[in-house]
Write a protein that binds this ligand. Structure first.
Ligand code: SAH
Length: 276
């Protein structure tokens, strides 16, 4: 991190395994953007903040039980140092996220929010997790990658950073594409096709070869809606609620409600299908 160049986005990662970073983020679009200085990464080794001769970062849990808990005094020193370094580099310390299965589940809205802020600090847990008092003391925001348990916060941190970095200015070549992607409109994405036009006896949908942009756009929206409705009822009901109510003529609306609902089989993405 240099003082002269202020990046679009900076992240400080507190971890027991700094060698894991940038890891996969050193490649492809994120890697190029890191090289260019679009975003900057500082990793701090939590172990370097220990004061005892054994350099211990964890201890047994009060109240008994399995595993070890990361010590509050060591984590506190690491967090304070992260902030001090950000300030010294001319950055305004922003939110501090503790990656944790108890947290708010990460979604595209939160990713966008984080991308719009200049500075982020990520704390990666290991073992059973961290002493609760650090969460209170530093008002850590707990963010989860999903309802499953990882062995450490590092893979979750890498995912979060990846999702943020691709939204930074200039990282993705085609900004228009990003707006149509899954979740950006509250919908999952439509299916993609490329050459050859017929492969293994499977032809690309005719409309995509028509060159008729308006029809292609309508077809893609319809596909995105079908897929979302079939696979993610949670997203679908949010989408319906946020959409302006369609203008339906009274007579037709009455007839429609008397008809039994048609079912269409929609692939569920796992080789099966869902009735929708
Ligand atoms: N005992 C904890 C799990 C600890 S797993 C519990 O039952 O809730 C060890 C570390 O992995 C955590 O401190 C956290 O930083 C990380 N981790 C595990 N699952 C995660 C998830 N779904 N999202 C984000 N981080 C996770």
């Amino acid at each position: 991190m240099t003082e002269s160049h202020v990046p679009f986005w900076h992240v400080t990662v507190l971890t027991l395994f700094p060698e894991m970073f940038p890891g996969p983020l050193g490649f492809s679009l994120a890697g190029k953007a890191l090289e260019k200085g679009t975003w900057t990464l500082e990793k701090l080794d939590i172990r370097s903040f220990t004061r005892d001769k054994h350099r211990s970062v964890d201890d047994t849990p009060f109240g008994g039980g399995p595993g070890m808990v990361m010590r509050p005094d060591v984590l506190d020193a690491a967090i304070r140092d992260a902030k001090a370094r950000q300030e010294a580099a001319g950055l305004k310390p922003g939110r501090i996220v503790y990656l944790s299965p108890r947290g708010r589940v990460l979604d595209q809205a939160l990713v966008r929010e984080i991308a719009s802020e200049g500075t982020l600090t990520l704390l990666c847990g290991r073992y059973e997790g961290i002493d609760e008092r650090v969460i209170e003391e530093h008002r850590l925001e707990e963010v989860s990658l999903g309802d499953f348990v990882l062995s450490g916060g590092e893979p979750a941190a890498l995912c979060l950073i990846d999702a943020v970095v691709r939204l930074l200015p200039g990282v993705m070549g085609n900004v228009e594409t990003a707006g149509e992607e899954s979740f950006e409109r509250g919908l999952l994405e439509y299916p993609h096709y490329t050459r050859p036009p017929v492969w293994n006896g499977r032809a690309v949908p005719e409309i995509l070869l028509s060159g008729h942009h308006e029809k292609v756009r309508a077809w893609r929206l319809e596909q995105a809606e079908k897929i979302t409705q079939g696979r993610r009822p949670d997203l679908w009901s949010d989408y319906l609620a946020s959409r302006p109510a369609p203008k339906v003529k009274k007579r037709r609306a009455r007839r429609a409600s008397a008809e039994p609902t048609k079912t269409t089989a929609i692939p569920d993405g796992n080789g099966g299908s869902i009735e929708g």
